[in-house]
Design a protein around this ligand. Structure first.
Ligand SMILES: Nc1ncnc2c1ncn2[C@@H]1O[C@H](COP(=O)(O)OP(=O)(O)OP(=O)(O)O)[C@@H](O)[C@H]1O
Length: 434
């Protein structure tokens, strides 16, 4: 594998994932259009620019230049409660804003320079809306617990500090690199090599085992929430693509220079003792017990690991759907029929997905031919893996079958998965390579 050049993965102006959805546990009604990107030396926040009051009140401040040591004068948040800022301003005298790195349901993540420690940090500036402020306090609680136990600091993003600034909870993190999703997108949704997938999977499961030992359930694992520690990447020829005609630049793909990853986004993390009846997590990765209202616990994180591994190997999210019945039909198509005992226990809201309480109402209940096609075109798990993976396919299929057990009590636990031959290299019983 030739190394062409080493470059820094750009953080700025990353376009939003088209299929990134708000988290249903916290948020549905008020998550509206994407926010404007940072304009160099301009305000971030259309509201501010559009507001007559704002333009008159603040324009003079900026013509006089931005204060370097103090914070800028107070100005209103945008209509969704996001903090309005300009690159180069300070958030408290300690942190200077360098760029915007990302945005989520909870707020914006800004790259800042810590003037005290002289190091770059990532600050999550949470929306000034009560439910997000409250969720942020829970996230801080979780982050502090993780930091106390993660001695090497290698599994989860490290919290450095937090404070309340102009009604925005600000959480200061170590600065990490791009997400695995950023990489997939940059590579036009081409897969990662299987050995890298194995390495990511191992670290992911180690981080999960660590969280589960602390009685914490992440609930929102997805490629966007798995960040590479380093931004460096290499460009390599994509031999699979060389044989086909590709667009400019598609003969090469980017691979991270180093494989270390960490988990982020503990805003939906649940403690074991909490009520687990509500709907959690981003749709594509949601486990069947969550959809069926059967209650959920640690195994819902393992289902998500299965979805993530498939996505990393194939380049595309496995269950691309927006609707429960279609989602269940896709699961049956890829994995086989749902067990009767789970169907029988489905809650009142999910009864309508089944005919006489015995089998999925599919294809009869499909809302469109397009939806039926989306389900039909999905291959069985074995075929899907074999289409994308040239060696270790059998071991990976076996691992995925353990992670995709419909019944959460039968699903592999994080530590069990780590002992699987896909990770230990003992693949004799699968007779590989295929
Ligand atoms: N420590 C970090 N270093 C670098 N980038 C980061 C860091 N933390 C977050 N980001 C970037 O900011 C984005 C949003 O962060 P995060 O997922 O924590 O926000 P959120 O509002 O909770 O998102 P969601 O809508 O998924 O719940 C991430 O996808 C990532 O691109």
């Amino acid at each position: 594998m030739e190394t062409q050049r080493i470059v820094e993965f750009p953080h700025q102006n990353l376009d939003k994932r088209p299929r990134k959805r708000p988290r249903l546990a916290w948020d549905v009604p008020d998550h509206v259009p994407p926010h404007p990107k940072v304009l160099p030396a301009l305000y971030c926040g259309q509201e501010f620019v559009n507001s007559v009051v704002s333009v008159f009140s603040y324009s003079s401040i900026y013509y006089k230049g931005i204060p370097h040591n103090g914070s800028p004068p107070w100005r209103p948040d945008d209509k969704e409660g996001h903090y309005v800022f300009a690159v180069g301003e300070n958030i408290t005298p300690r942190y200077r804003i360098l760029s915007k790195m990302g945005e989520g349901t909870f707020g914006q993540v800004l790259e800042c320079l810590d003037n005290e420690k002289k190091e770059p940090v990532a600050i999550k500036v949470v929306r000034s809306i009560n439910k997000y402020r409250e969720a942020a306090m829970i996230e801080i609680d979780v982050l502090q617990k993780l930091a106390r136990h993660d001695v090497g600091g290698s599994r989860c993003v490290q919290i450095r500090n937090w404070f309340d600034y102009r009604n925005h909870i600000c959480i200061v993190f170590e600065k990490l690199g791009p997400s695995l999703y950023d990489f997939l997108r940059k590579n036009h949704y081409r897969s990662f090599p299987i050995d890298l997938v194995r390495e990511f999977g191992r670290q992911l499961l180690e981080s999960l085992a660590f969280m589960h030992d602390l009685r914490l359930i992440h609930t929102d694992l997805k490629p966007e929430n798995i960040l590479l520690v380093s931004s460096e990447y290499i460009k390599v020829p994509d031999y699979k693509f060389l044989s086909r005609s590709g667009k400019d630049g598609s003969y090469f793909k980017n691979l991270p220079k180093t494989s270390a990853i960490k988990l982020i986004d503990f805003g939906s993390t649940a403690f074991e003792h909490q009520d687990h009846s509500y709907v959690v997590s981003t749709r594509h990765y949601r486990a069947p017990e969550v959809i069926l209202g059967l209650g959920w616990s640690y195994p819902c994180d393992l289902w998500r690991v299965g979805c993530i591994l498939v996505e990393l190997c194939s380049g595309e999210a496995l269950f691309q759907t927006h609707e429960n019945l279609e989602h269940l039909a896709m699961m049956e198509r890829v994995l086989g029929p749902l067990p009767q005992h789970m169907i029988m226990r489905a809650d009142r809201r999910s009864e309508k997905y089944f005919r006489k309480g015995a089998r999925l109402d599919w294809p009869e209940g499909a809302t469109s031919r397009e939806s039926m096609r989306a389900v039909w075109k999905l291959p069985r798990l074995q075929n899907l893996v074999m289409q994308h993976v040239d060696h270790s396919a059998g071991a990976l299929i076996d691992l995925l079958q353990g992670l995709f057990r419909f019944d959460p009590s039968e699903r592999l636990k994080a530590r069990e998965a780590l002992r699987h031959p896909f990770f230990t290299g003992d693949i004799r019983r699968y007779g590989y390579p295929l």
